[in-house]
Every structure is written in structure tokens, then in C-alpha cells.
Ligand binder design. Structure first.
Ligand SMILES: C[S@@+](CC[C@H](N)C(=O)[O-])C[C@H]1O[C@@H](n2cnc3c(N)ncnc32)[C@H](O)[C@@H]1O
Length: 130
């Protein structure tokens, strides 16, 4: 077991790269801390699941030119409910998220001309038209 700052633990990226599941109890984390954590997920292996109380990627995230290289673009996230009296820290119900590392959509994006414009055309086809 490692006891330390997860943003400043040199061996942590190598450990994360072997993980099948990452559990992040991040309900009270601010957006800056969640963003910093997100950057640690870039080298997670395909299929790894991140379970969290706040999502790291919006549920309607769409890959585009600006975000295609971001960590969000390798995550496929789903929201799940937990019910009254289901958890130890509150009697209330709530929601949690499972993000699965899935690079297929990002790879398809790049394979499909790489630099797609927001209107769905590629830079290559728009260049050819000029
Ligand atoms: C909601 S508690 C979860 C405690 C426990 N891990 C659990 O799941 O029951 C969140 C924990 O994250 C810790 N934390 C916040 N920032 C951290 C950091 N940079 N490195 C390590 N732990 C951190 C806090 O101290 C707090 O104990």
C-alpha cells in the first residue's frame, strides 16, 4: 500500500498502467483536483474501469478537433444510481459513474481523416475543394 499524495507519487503512473479498476472517491474534490487526476488516466490500459462519484468526462462528450487528444476522448462514461441507505456516508440516494477506457472512438476519428472539422468535413476534403 502506498500512502501519499497521488499527484506526487513517482511510481503511481506505472501502477495505474497495470490497473483493471480505479476507484476514486472524489465527491468532495474540486474541479482542479479532478482535472489533475484525469491527466493520470492517459496511460490506463484498454478496458480499465474508473469508478467515481463525480464524472471525469461529460456524459455527452463528443470527439472533435479540439479535444481529440484529450484524456476525456479515451473514456466512455455511464451514470448509475445508488439508492436510499445504500452507502455509509449518507442515507440519501445519489449517482456514481463508471468510465471505461476505450480508445476506439478516438482511433476511428483519426482514421477517418484525422482532423475532422466541427461541420463533419475533414481538413483534407475542404482543402481539396479550394
Ligand atoms: C472522500 S475521502 C475517501 C477516503 C477513502 N479513500 C474512501 O474511499 O473511503 C477522499 C480522500 O482523498 C484524500 N485526498 C485528497 N487529495 C489527495 C491527494 N492529492 N493525494 C492523496 N489523497 C488525497 C482526502 O484526504 C480524503 O481522505
Amino acid at each position: 500500500m502506498i500512502h501519499g499524495d497521488f499527484l506526487d507519487t513517482p511510481g503511481l503512473p506505472a501502477i495505474l498502467a497495470r490497473a483493471d479498476v480505479v476507484l476514486v472517491n472524489n465527491y468532495a474534490f474540486n474541479s482542479s483536483l479532478n482535472q489533475s487526476l484525469l491527466q493520470l488516466f492517459l496511460d490506463l490500459k484498454e478496458g480499465c474501469k474508473i469508478i467515481s462519484l463525480k464524472t471525469f468526462v461529460s456524459l455527452d462528450h463528443k470527439i472533435n478537433v479540439r479535444n481529440a487528444g484529450s484524456v476525456e476522448s479515451i473514456l466512455r462514461v455511464k451514470k448509475y444510481p445508488y439508492y436510499t441507505n445504500a452507502v455509509s456516508w449518507t442515507h440519501n440516494g445519489g449517482e456514481y459513474f463508471i468510465a471505461t477506457v476505450d480508445r476506439s472512438a478516438m482511433q476511428a476519428f483519426w482514421a477517418n481523416g484525422g482532423a475532422m472539422l466541427d461541420d463533419g468535413t475533414s481538413r483534407r476534403s475542404s482543402t481539396r475543394r479550394r
